[in-house]
Design a protein around this ligand. Structure first.
Ligand code: ATR
Length: 273
């Protein structure tokens, strides 16, 4: 029987994870199955138990179950512990679940390796202070930016995140309006969910300059509204989150199977779909 993996979400029909993991498995000639599982919003644990009973080896978790997966995991890696969310779970031999979070590593890898945007010594602005941003701060701070500013519509959520991660590096947090006096950042990352509603957070235009690299953790068939906004304000270069998606998947594949897939051809293939 092939090794069984899955992604749990609600909704989940849009997930590209089965295609991505299928392409990874082809690279190694691995015999795996990877399916989408639509878990009921009120019974994620029940869905997981069924999957484990059928022999599941590991699974990914997407919206809205990442925090619940964190609570369900009996063991958690250090990076998942601090993130407060789990996107990658390993079913251990004894049936217990180990929770990990590969989102932050995925983002950092896409930025530094694929795009060639170093974070070390840079002034970095992250927009948003929800679960998606909390999940990526530890690996970002490990790159030692000169300063990482978290700015959010609701200021105190960003301030609280900055407090929580203060021990990991140079981080500050506050409201979007507090950015009016800032000069352009080196890197600006949109980690808010505003794009989902076709909106751009109210970011003072002065944070974007001719040297600024702009990244949206979201992606879409066409340019996201945030990236269009950044381009129109003269950003040096823009990238969406498709590379992050593939990189977090590659890290999950490594966690489960101890092999590192080649991500470049997978990102290129997804762009043409
Ligand atoms: P996720 O798991 O995607 O991070 P979340 O925890 O609900 O989802 O967080 C959503 C983030 O997007 C928050 O930072 C939210 O700002 P608030 O904390 O002020 O709610 C941000 N966000 C969503 N819509 C936004 C909008 N239209 N403008 C600015 N920020 C927005």
């Amino acid at each position: 029987m092939s090794d069984m993996y899955a992604v749990f979400g609600n909704p989940v029909a849009h997930s590209k994870s089965p295609q991505i993991h299928g392409m990874f498995a082809d690279q190694f000639g691995d015999d795996i199955s990877y399916e989408r599982i639509l878990a009921p919003v009120n019974d994620f644990p029940g869905s997981v138990r069924t999957f484990v009973r059928h022999g599941g080896r590991g699974f990914n978790v997407t919206v809205p179950f990442k925090e619940e997966a964190w609570r369900m995991a009996r063991r958690r890696t250090a990076r998942a512990e601090k993130a407060g969310a789990v996107n990658t779970v390993t079913v251990e031999e004894d049936g217990w679940l180990t929770g990990d979070n590969t989102d932050g590593v995925g983002l950092v890898r896409d930025l530094t390796h694929n795009l060639g945007w170093p974070l070390r010594g840079q002034r970095v602005l992250v927009i948003g202070a929800g679960g998606a941003v909390r999940g990526v701060l530890t690996p970002m701070l490990a790159e030692q930016p000169k300063l990482l500013v978290v700015a959010n519509r609701t200021a105190d959520k960003a301030a609280r995140l900055a407090e929580l991660f203060a021990g990991d590096g140079a981080i500050s947090g506050g409201g979007l309006d507090a950015l009016v006096d800032e000069h352009p950042f080196d890197v600006v990352i949109n980690g808010s969910s505003a794009s989902l509603g076709g909106e751009v957070p109210k970011i003072p235009a002065g944070v974007i300059g001719a040297q600024t690299r702009c990244y949206d953790m979201m992606y879409g068939r066409s340019e996201t509204v945030f990236l269009r906004w950044a381009r129109e304000r003269g950003a040096a270069v823009c990238a969406d989150g498709l590379g992050m998606l593939v990189e977090q998947a590659a890290e999950a594949y490594f966690v489960w199977r101890g092999k590192r897939p080649d991500t470049a051809p997978v990102i290129a293939a997804l762009r043409t779909l």
